[in-house]
Ligand binder design. Sequence first.
Ligand SMILES: Nc1ncnc2c1ncn2[C@@H]1O[C@H](COP(=O)(O)OP(=O)(O)OP(=O)(O)O)[C@@H](O)[C@H]1O
Ligand SMILES: [Mg+2]
Length: 501
Amino acid sequence: MFGKRGTGGPGITPPKGFGGGQKVEPKEPKPAPSPAPGPAAASKPAAQEPKKAAPPPKPKTPAKPESQAAPKLSAEAKEKLDEIKVNVFNDLMEAVDLAELSSLTPDQVREEITDMVSEIISMRGLVLSLQEQQTVIQDICNDILGFGPLEPLLARDDIADLMVNGPNTTYIEVSGKMELTDVKFRDQAQLMNICQRIVSAVGRRVDEASPICDARLADGSRVNVIAPPLAIDGTALTIRKFKKDKLTLQNLLQFGSITAELKAVLEVISAIRLNCLISGGTGSGKTTLLNCMTGHIDSAERIITCEDSAELQLQQPHVVRLETRPPNLEGKGEITMRDLVKNCLRMRPERIIVGEVRGPEAFDLLQAMNTGHDGSMGTVHANNPREAISRVENMIMMGGYNLPSKAMREQISGAVNIIVQAARLRDGSRKITHLTEVIGMEGDVVTLQDLCVYEIEGEDANGKLTGRHKFSGLRPSFWDKARYYGLEEKLANALKFGGGL
Ligand SMILES: Nc1ncnc2c1ncn2[C@@H]1O[C@H](COP(=O)(O)OP(=O)(O)OP(=O)(O)O)[C@@H](O)[C@H]1O
Ligand SMILES: [Mg+2]
């Protein structure tokens, strides 16, 4: 048992490995004194001397949070429990010696906290059912060791996006649809503290002085935080959660996002080193598809990835991962995507993968594609392949290059071979809607040719859209390249059975 021996106070270094150097939640302002029942409530918090308490029966806490599995409490019971949690948490913060906890493993810390919370509950004379007691312990452990009320949501694997709009409102996206949850934070301070904990794990910080921050969780999930005063109703935290098991093209096939034939064509495209842009709207599945396609790159190739927040999880052995850096407090030290892509060129890359092309780095990526780094890939925000071309054009203009439109388009048409369009349809399903080839220029216009298009046919009784992937029957211009790589037959079969050729 680790009762407090030193004076820790707020901001003590927390146990190592529980979020990498973040600060444990400082002691919060005490809530209005709660009329806790029982004789112990009248005296100063029992937690000051928790050792003297007779230990109550020790409830077993699971090592991992599983509170989502617990039966739902009524609103009144939940409110009462929340109040108890705040009081017990405050007592615990007074009693615990965080410095000593830092020498323990997470499981040992959980055990210590479980002991101390049980004693505090007993000293305060609180009458709680076993389930309520477990909930209190679980939530306090989550608060100290993890991401507080977000833990149960983070443990779920069916959530695509987690959106916290201030301390009282949290939405999730499940199966392509938004859902309001009953997750609430004690207050803005707790929410901010958790955000701080998340971003400090990747060496960043978020506060009033720098209220916007991008970060990622240990599993690669992308995180964005925007704090007051910019976020008017409290800190907004957005987490793009990835499935624990990385999605593959086979999974996309099972979800109905692609057909077996389209899967085979995408595999060929990745393997034969075509330069590829994956286009789509927000959350349409661009990064996921990029990840899936990189799975078919030869393991002998040297790949360099450039991202704002490292989300890609390439499985190849020879990968260098680069990440941009925001400016520091003095506004210095920023490393942009452009800096990374330019630097990449001096790193003898065989393929360059840009997580998201959104600015002037588009020009450098096209240069790379045009100068022997075949098989480079990137994603762009656009609603269809034609728009993807104009987006890239606009991005080059943003870089201040004074190129005539035609020269820019020639650069694009010479560099990009394929545009794959991803979309999230109105029923929440995600589909690959276009597989489009860039085949050259006609006058001032870049010529595109659809190899496969998803056509919506109607809606079934459950509101799900029905449709099919339709191949155009045109012979792709990369046929010879497929033959060169020995994949002509695979391509021919896919197109034949997909309804093309
Ligand atoms: N084909 C799919 N079927 C089902 N879920 C998918 C599919 N593709 C992606 N997802 C899920 O959808 C979510 C969004 O995917 P992803 O991050 O790839 O989108 P994005 O287009 O890159 O988004 P953003 O524009 O925000 O970068 C993820 O949680 C991912 O697991
Ligand atoms: Mg993305």
